[in-house]
Design a protein around this ligand. Structure first.
Ligand SMILES: Nc1ncnc2c1ncn2[C@@H]1O[C@H](COP(=O)(O)OP(=O)(O)OP(=O)(O)O)[C@@H](O)[C@H]1O
Ligand SMILES: [Mg+2]
Length: 314
């Protein structure tokens, strides 16, 4: 009998994204602006990650939810080729309008929608049994109050079911209060991979310099865990035990940076799953992220189109 290989399962937020741009300046109230570019697509951090895995030709699982409306049915259909286990919440689907500015900044307008209704029970009931070596990617926690309240239970259950846990917290909706920082610290002991950006690692550590922040946060992780820090167009850094690595990336002129961190996470975990070293995994992560960001509209990316961007087995 053929054995199922280890896999990546993303657990987190998905939603409907309407991305538009470019804006030269913020418009006056009461006016209408015609924008040259737009794309309606699946988004959310877990959604972006599994779509990047599909672009890289890596089988992915997704545990998430949709609302019980037309957008929910449309959203489900966008994950063709992904093993998507989506609960249906009795409310509208979360919708996000992302406005791109010519100065590279962006604004999002997001409805609460189904993400506020997603529960731990729904997530656990959809969770596949892990094959040894499988990775669970936890993302978007601050948009998922029902999961956030029980995140430790979810992480404990994931480990009990044989998963390695990768956590990307994203930006806390209420800011980096002391309460948020200590809540987050409580999760760290359950992580095998912590994936943050430079500002997030500094805010979590409560210091301004990235190297000091990384050293402090690493000391809060288990000794065998890996801390990865994403640095935008400059690439990424990582530390694990005594190893300290950095990876430069090819800067690209990008219209739409949505999903940069999520595509990076996908490339990183996919490379590790294929036996890559930490350095190779960082390089693969940067290649996948840059390749995804450089494409607009994203829906033109074909399944497996980026498979040659993953590292070869070590
Ligand atoms: N302008 C760029 N040019 C090339 N690559 C980029 C650019 N911006 C981001 N990347 C790639 O995407 C990766 C992740 O981006 P970033 O550091 O912005 O993560 P993030 O802040 O978590 O992103 P997000 O805002 O999506 O959460 C980077 O490590 C890099 O590989
Ligand atoms: Mg991020």
């Amino acid at each position: 009998m053929e054995r199922t290989p280890p896999f990546i399962c993303a657990i987190g937020d998905i939603g409907v994204d309407l991305v538009m741009g470019m804006l030269e300046q913020w418009p006056q109230i009461g006016t209408e602006l015609i924008l040259p570019r737009s794309e309606l697509r699946a988004g959310g951090s877990a959604g972006n990650a599994v779509l990047a895995l599909r672009h890289a030709g890596v089988p992915a699982r997704l545990v998430s939810a949709v609302g019980n409306d037309d957008f929910g049915r449309w959203l489900r259909a966008q994950f063709d080729g992904v093993d998507a286990r989506l609960s249906v919440c009795p409310c509208a689907t979360t919708v996000s309008v992302g406005l791109m500015h010519s100065c590279s900044e962006r604004n999002f307008f997001t409805t609460e929608g189904h993400l506020a209704a997603f529960t731990l029970e729904q997530a656990l009931s959809q969770l596949p049994e892990a094959v040894p070596g499988s990775l669970a990617l936890l993302t978007g926690v601050f948009l998922l109050p029902g999961l956030r309240a029980h995140y430790l239970t979810l992480m404990t259950e994931l480990r009990a079911r044989g998963y390695q846990v990768a956590l990307d917290t994203g930006w806390p909706s209420e800011g980096w209060t002391d309460a948020v920082r200590s809540e987050l610290r409580g999760w760290l002991a359950h992580c095998d991979h912590l994936l943050l950006n430079e500002l997030e690692v500094c805010k979590l550590a409560g210091v301004d310099a990235v190297p000091q922040a990384m050293a402090l946060v690493q000391s809060w992780l288990r000794p065998e865990a890996t801390l990865v820090v994403k640095a935008g167009a400059r690439g990424a850094m990582a530390c694990k035990g005594a190893q300290q690595l950095s990876q430069a990336t090819q800067a690209a002129d990008v219209f739409d940076t949505i999903g940069a961190g999520d595509s990076f996470n996908a490339g990183y975990l996919a490379a590790l799953l294929q036996g890559a070293s930490l350095q190779q995994a960082l390089a693969s992560a940067c290649r996948v992220a840059t390749a995804v960001l450089s494409r607009f509209p994203r829906q033109t990316i074909k399944p497996g189109e980026f498979s040659d961007l993953l590292a070869q087995p070590a």
